[in-house]
Design a protein around this ligand. Structure first.
Ligand SMILES: Nc1ncnc2c1ncn2[C@@H]1O[C@H](COP(=O)(O)OP(=O)(O)OP(=O)(O)O)[C@@H](O)[C@H]1O
Ligand SMILES: [Mg+2]
Length: 320
């Protein structure tokens, strides 16, 4: 069956340990409660949560010819993601992160870019994209063969085919951020970075200014995730609404943004309005925060809908 969503971009094998309090000195051994390997990254984790929500999704990405790549592909396939276009390369190892999670849910991260650097325009299965409804560009700024002109070319073609374009960032502060992303923004219907990343791009932490800057460059709707404070939604030409997150006991926030993206995309595909779809995204994000790793928390759509109906939310944050 042809997928309704194509999730293109970053695939990472995460290794998480919890709770992490200390690096033992020398060769000493420290016992912790849980170690987990998960499929992560702005394309892989988002497609896993989309599949859990019952959406037909094809992931497109690159992994190495190694056991981490096998793990990623088989894990994603196990959740029902179409992985026919998660292909291998002998030029790099599978991307990976080591994530020691502190008791408060925060974490240092050690990351290998690996095969994500090899993913290129030539890897896009256009015959699949043509039949889909949403194209998710998962991971602007960490796809060196895509960022910049190739990304704009891809998204222009995707828009010409009539799909909805969603995009998430995976970035740290960098000087060329505006130059790299500006040509692509006019093609983005829903942009869903976290507020910190959006602030690094625009060069301010003033949310009103960030939203204006993105709207001026043609973004359809900004969806800026605010961690435990929820999400700011602003359709171009309309004022911002902040929707509060759900109150959960946080174990680990790895993959919350990816789950948020999946919830929002699935809502759009199911015909919800953007605020209802974002609420589904918030529920998925908060559920992922309540467990260890990007694949925790979310079971299926019925569970997420029940959670939305019955679970308390944090107090609403003031609008800008
Ligand atoms: N402390 C929290 N309590 C409740 N929900 C949370 C918390 N942190 C994150 N979330 C949920 O997850 C969503 C996305 O979180 P966040 O803004 O941290 O994304 P992110 O930084 O992009 O995450 P990622 O690590 O996946 O890139 C939030 O909008 C919220 O719904
Ligand atoms: Mg994110």
């Amino acid at each position: 069956m042809s997928p309704r969503v194509v999730a293109f971009g970053v695939h990472i094998a995460d290794a998480l340990g919890w709770p992490f309090t200390v690096i033992p000195p020398g060769q000493e051994l420290e016992f912790i409660q849980q170690i987990k390997f998960t499929a992560a990254g702005t394309a892989a984790a988002t497609s896993v949560v989309l599949a859990k929500l019952g959406i037909d999704v094809a992931a497109v990405g690159k992994v190495g010819e190694d056991s981490m790549g096998d793990f990623l592909r088989s894990t994603m396939a196990g959740y029902g993601v179409n992985i026919d276009h998660v292909t291998t390369t002998d030029r790099a190892q599978t991307s990976g992160s080591l994530l020691p999670i502190r008791p408060d849910g925060s974490r240092p991260a050690l990351h290998v870019v690996g095969a994500n650097a090899v993913l290129s325009e030539a890897d896009i299965p256009w015959e699949l994209v043509e039949c889909a409804e949403v194209f998710h560009m998962g991971g602007a700024f960490i796809l060196p063969a895509i960022d910049g002109a190739p990304m704009a070319r891809i998204l222009r073609r995707v828009k010409e085919l009539g799909l909805t374009v969603t995009m998430d960032f995976l970035m740290s502060r960098r000087d060329d951020a505006q130059e790299l992303i500006t040509p692509s923004l006019q093609y983005v219907d829903y942009l869903m970075p976290n507020i910190e990343e959006a602030g690094w791009l625009v060069g301010t932490d003033d949310r009103t200014e960030i939203i204006r800057w993105l709207h001026d460059r043609g973004v359809g709707t900004t969806s800026l995730t605010l961690g435990g404070d929820g999400v700011s939604i602003a359709p171009n030409g309309q004022s911002e609404r902040v929707l509060p997150a759900f109150a959960v006991d946080v174990i680990d926030t790895t993959g919350c943004g990816d789950a948020y993206s999946a919830g929002l995309i699935s809502g759009l595909v199911d015909g919800l309005d953007v605020y209802q779809a974002a609420t589904r995204g918030l529920a998925c994000g908060s559920l992922v925060a309540s467990g260890l790793g990007a694949d925790s928390g979310v079971v299926d759509l019925a569970q997420v809908e029940d959670f939305i109906a019955h679970h308390p939310r944090h107090p609403a944050l003031a609008m800008t």
